[in-house]
Design a protein around this ligand. Sequence first.
Ligand SMILES: [Zn+2]
Length: 468
Amino acid sequence: MSKQNVILLHGAGIITVDPEERVYLNGAILIEGDRISAIGKSDLLVAEYGSRADEVVNLEGHWILPGLINTHVHTSQQLGRGIADDVDLLTWLHERIWPYESEMSEEDSYISTLLCGIELIHSGVTCFAEAGGQHVSGMAKAVEKLGIRACLARSTMNTGEGLPALWAQETTETCIKVQEDLFTRFNGSADDRIRIWFGLRQILNATDDLLMRTKEAAAKCNTGIHMHVAEIPYENEFVTQSRGVEHGTVTYLNKIGLLGQNLLAAHSVWVSPSEVEMMGQAGVKVSHCPAAAMRMLGFAPITEMLSAGVCVSLGTDGAPSNNRMSLVDEMYLASLINKGKVVFDRGTTDPTALPAETVLKMATINGARTVLQSHQIGSLQVGKKADLIIINPHKWTMLPLHDPISNIVYCMRTENIVSVMCNGHWIMRDNKILTVDEESVIAKAKEAAAKLIKRAQIQLPERGNVIR
Ligand SMILES: [Zn+2]
């Protein structure tokens, strides 16, 4: 067996997000290979391991955090950033996103995922859950190169109004078979950084047969299902009428047994109090995407879900619905929006709603539970994978640092994240991504995006008095 690389990071503040919520003011972490093998006070670890480490990094004045986990992102939509701003949901989907996605090539998906990955890494993300996009093989190639961790899923639809012909003809059989093949080909690849999940775009685009077969196939593969759930009131009306249940999507998914531990329910905005209870009891995981919800969907009952024991994590959603792929921004928004929701609901303020430590857990350990990997990521603990980020707070954005956890949630900007490690490897050092050449990806992305929008015949109305 080849010798494992040993790295000692010391002299830093460490927010572990472990079960005891330990925060070291002057701590150290020892990394051997892809795992954390020791964590504790800096002077003790330096004395014990300093001489045998291959790399010793003095991080005085910096803070170390678990890598952030983005639980809802559409990597193949990155080239479509800005194609669907300030439009209603049907225009967004039928006239912009579906034409864009149906014209996408495997190479486009690869470039789009690289571009998205660059933004994710800069914002401290070491693991993401793909919501279901185009050409999973292109995504997997990009994730392998980027060095991050991902749960990839294919956009899966077999019914629905206005669906491009390419997808409308897909049978349930094909939908399942294609995903099973992807599972066989890519699950556990890239040093086990890649996991393959089953995708269900949303209930408006899935027959009952597809829902049930997806549940069975995911159980057989022992993997997760990623689905958009209860996004708009119309979705609940549609389910009530077509499936004859009392409230909507969540009630129906509960009835057919799809609401379970391995369901990642994105958004879950329009859910009733009894549906929140159902979600808690079933152990379903929710990805709260604050920016996308404010743009298109509405206020999700996040504090109610957390009180009911639902595991809620954070996501950015795709570039055409947000448009910032920064989980740092989502942490800030999550707290503000859910404090604001109290005023909306009860006509009174509650600044204690969704405090900073809860938001930080949503972005880390809850994210790990959401992607079904809390045994190995989401907190800094001995035996877990070395997925971590280093923050330099000594900038005008974050100082002074009276209350570190609060500053990380309320003040930190993406630019404060200086280095990122995933699976024991540095993927960004001193703000420079080491795994891909950013300039070359940006150049390729500009070209691919322009060609794709042209092929998809997407025409954006001009804003302002444009002078050529
Ligand atoms: Zn989405």
